[in-house]
Design a binder for this molecule. Sequence first.
Ligand code: HEC
Length: 234
Amino acid sequence: MQKNTFSFSRRGSSLALGATALLGLAAIAGCGGSGSSSSSGDSGSGLPVAKAAQAQVIRGRALVTTYGCVDCHSQGLNNPASPTWMAGYSSAAGPHGPGIFQIGPFATYAANLTPDATGIGTFTDRQIYNALKHGLDPGATPDAVITGETPGQGNFPAAPHYLAVPMPWPSTRNLSDDDLWSLVAYLKHGIKAVANTVPDSQGPPDFWASSYTADKVGPYPLPMYPTGSEQFAP
Ligand code: HEC
């Protein structure tokens, strides 16, 4: 297993095992950016310049507490008052287990989504948006506006480093931009930082690309309603 198992660094804290090709990516992962300021002045960001609106944060909270994020990122405990709210994997298992997943030969870990340096605190708002919209690992993907879905075009990385299974980004990408930015606002600007270092997920050399083909996770964008399996029957 060791031979085809890679521990890829998302924050430059560890090195890829036996794969020099991955070291370049690890270097990119070293510094995710400098907080929310880079999305300021980006009219497409949905976040107001300089600070997030409280309404966005409240909307993001509603989404987080209804869309099942807590099943993995808060050990199944849907309680924003919990001291480990959204802090990800912990060896001290919660109601739904610790937040570790065995995907074939790979162990993957639910990330710490609080704005701590051990969580998403070093990533920009845009990097978190790109994670939810395109499935791109914020620690290995530059802070850039992505205009297409084709690798190598429109700032989409030529060799995409996707988030590990079972992060359900093939579902979150179908949210409206308003909702996506509300999630970003809540995670980055609406909760307290919790220091919790989560181990790097393991994964295949293609960074899960072959797990996220349309035949496996469905098409994007979704086909128009109604498809052959749907009907409007008032
Ligand atoms: C079924 C489990 C599961 C659910 C449900 C889930 N996630 Fe995740 N998520 C993960 C795992 C596992 C990772 C780590 C992926 C990796 O290491 O590449 C992750 C990573 C992330 C990341 C990237 C963080 C980073 O530091 O790289 C973000 C952002 C994120 N999730 C947001 C969400 C949001 C928002 C929701 C709810 C809409 C959600 N997740 C629901 C399992 C889940």
